[in-house]
Design a binder for this molecule. Structure first.
Ligand SMILES: [Zn+2]
Ligand SMILES: [Zn+2]
Length: 180
């Protein structure tokens, strides 16, 4: 939202502006404004915000990865057995993974932690994806496509699970505690 009223930049008193920091409300010119996902902010508020945002310590990354990967692995095999319903359980799996990561990391956070969790979710799906691919290729080569346990859509469910679960976990981790 741009205010139609004209102010003078807090850092440049002779520069007219219509922008204001959406946190501390001080007028800022285009050069002083930083575009954030929630709107324009002054540099002081952005650097303060980053300090609040990045609380994760290196131990958190070491804990988050295996926990997210193992939970994702379990979920991916469940997804494989329920087919289309994967779409319904993936957001739940993502939420469970995000909450587990939050629990083991003592609710500490950082953008890197969100990414590591999302990557771990995708890594956790690899065994199930490989399992399906190997059995598909195996039955195609050695049984001429008979006795197929899995079909091509199973590959799609795994991919859908990986994408939905990783993005739910990522956004849930990122979104919580966003009180500014
Ligand atoms: Zn500000
Ligand atoms: Zn300025």
């Amino acid at each position: 939202m741009i205010n139609s009223q004209t102010f003078y930049c807090a850092n440049h008193p002779n520069r007219e502006t219509t922008l204001r920091c959406n946190k501390c409300e001080k007028p800022i010119c285009v050069k002083c404004a930083v575009l954030t996902p929630t709107g324009y902010r002054c540099k002081e508020c952005v650097s303060g915000q980053q300090k609040v945002f990045e609380t994760a310590i290196s131990r958190d990354y070491i804990l988050a990865f295996p926990i997210a990967a193992i939970l994702s692995l379990i979920g991916s095999f469940i997804a494989l057995s329920i087919g289309l319903f994967t779409i319904l359980i993936s957001p739940i799996a993502g939420a469970i993974i995000a909450e587990s990561v939050r629990f083991v990391t003592g609710k500490r956070r950082s953008p890197k932690l969100f990414w590591i969790t999302a990557i771990a979710v995708i890594a956790g799906c690899l065994p199930a994806a490989l399992f399906v691919l190997i059995s598909l290729v195996g039955t195609a080569l050695y049984a001429g496509g008979r006795y197929m346990v899995y079909s091509l859509p199973d590959v799609i469910w795994i991919l859908a699970y990986a994408g939905l679960t990783a993005s739910t976990a990522y956004y849930r981790l990122r979104g919580i505690n966003l009180r500014l």
